[in-house]
Design a binder for this molecule. Structure first.
Ligand SMILES: C[S@@+](CC[C@H](N)C(=O)[O-])C[C@H]1O[C@@H](n2cnc3c(N)ncnc32)[C@H](O)[C@@H]1O
Length: 297
């Protein structure tokens, strides 16, 4: 997904979910007593979820690093938020073999919203997330798709000879938990395998309602990895076929006009994990997070 500006304007679902989850976990995250928290976000995209919902939670002296595999996304976010203090964006593939030296073991918190379903080597990504945390401890808040009807739409479109040549590697773009019968258990096991001592994983069944064909098409344009492989003059035809498949799956309500609604029932993994219990025990003795955010010590 390389269309930062499109994404910035078509990520209502992601914004909605991230805001709810951050409101819920703001006081669970283990903020430092000195207000010098360092937080890294994985897959920040155009940066607006990070800056609108995560940044306000950080204490005034906190450091924020937004990362993304896409240099285009990182370029867009760096430019858009260049005036922000103690904030930078850099390229990072969370599935990489070896973390860059300057990031390894440097963070108190790692967050990630709507990214990990893109990473097929989920265990490798979680091991990297664990190693981004400081050796003495830290915590992580992760939310990503276990399943979504869009994956079934992709699989059906791949069988259409018009689109199959652009979609040969469709499985690479399907959440590694999409076919799992127990995604929560599977993800909990991965967290334990890479070393997280305490973790809580929930699978949330959600439904998002898209108002009108244009809204669905704009969202698909912002996230569909196959569009950028095909000539621009085929995009509208692909999007029309996408809508036809959605309708054949009975995910629409109403007639085919601007009033039509589209339902997207999806499963979201929401996970919170801590690296060490000692870290937690120390923090329980410290001032509250709200005091730190306001700069009161
Ligand atoms: C749907 S966007 C989410 C952006 C933002 N977190 C939000 O909630 O709006 C997913 C982002 O994950 C990035 N991404 C995909 N694979 C990645 C990887 N292996 N490492 C880091 N980022 C990745 C994509 O480039 C994209 O910007």
């Amino acid at each position: 997904m390389n269309q930062a500006s499109l994404y910035q304007h078509a990520n209502q679902v992601q914004r909605h979910d991230a805001k709810l989850i951050l409101d819920e976990f703001a006081s669970t995250l283990q903020w430092r007593s000195d207000g010098e928290d360092a937080l890294l976000d994985v897959g920040s995209g155009s940066g607006n979820v990070l800056m609108d919902f995560v940044r306000p939670l950080l204490p005034i002296r906190g450091q924020l690093v937004g990362t993304d595999i896409s240099s285009q996304m990182v370029g867009y976010a760096s430019k858009h938020y260049q005036g922000e203090e103690r904030t930078r964006f850099q390229v990072l593939d969370i599935g990489c073999e070896r973390l860059p030296e300057e990031l390894s073991g440097r963070f108190d918190h790692v967050t990630s919203f709507y990214c990990l379903h893109w990473v097929q080597n989920l265990k490798g990504a979680l091991a990297n997330i664990y190693n981004l945390l400081k050796p003495e401890g830290g915590d992580v808040l992760l939310a990503f798709l276990a399943s979504n009807p869009v994956y079934e739409v992709y699989k059906i479109l791949k069988t259409n000879e018009k689109w199959s040549s652009y979609m040969q590697d469709v499985e690479q773009f399907i959440s590694p938990l999409h076919h799992s019968s127990e995604p929560g258990e599977e993800f909990s096991q991965l967290l334990a395998d890479v070393g997280f001592i305490q973790h809580n994983v929930e699978i949330r069944n959600e439904v998002f309602v898209y108002e009108g064909v244009r809204t669905v098409k704009d969202n698909v344009k912002a996230i569909c990895p196959f569009l950028e492989r095909m000539p621009a003059d085929l995009h509208e035809e692909f999007l029309d076929d996408f809508i036809d498949v959605v309708i054949s799956m009975n995910l629409q309500q109403g007639e085919r006009n601007e009033e039509q609604k589209f339902l997207s029932p999806y499963k979201l993994v929401v996970a919170y994990a801590r690296k060490t219990p000692e870290f937690v025990n120390n923090i329980f003795l410290e001032p509250t997070h709200q005091d730190l955010v306001k700069g009161i010590k």
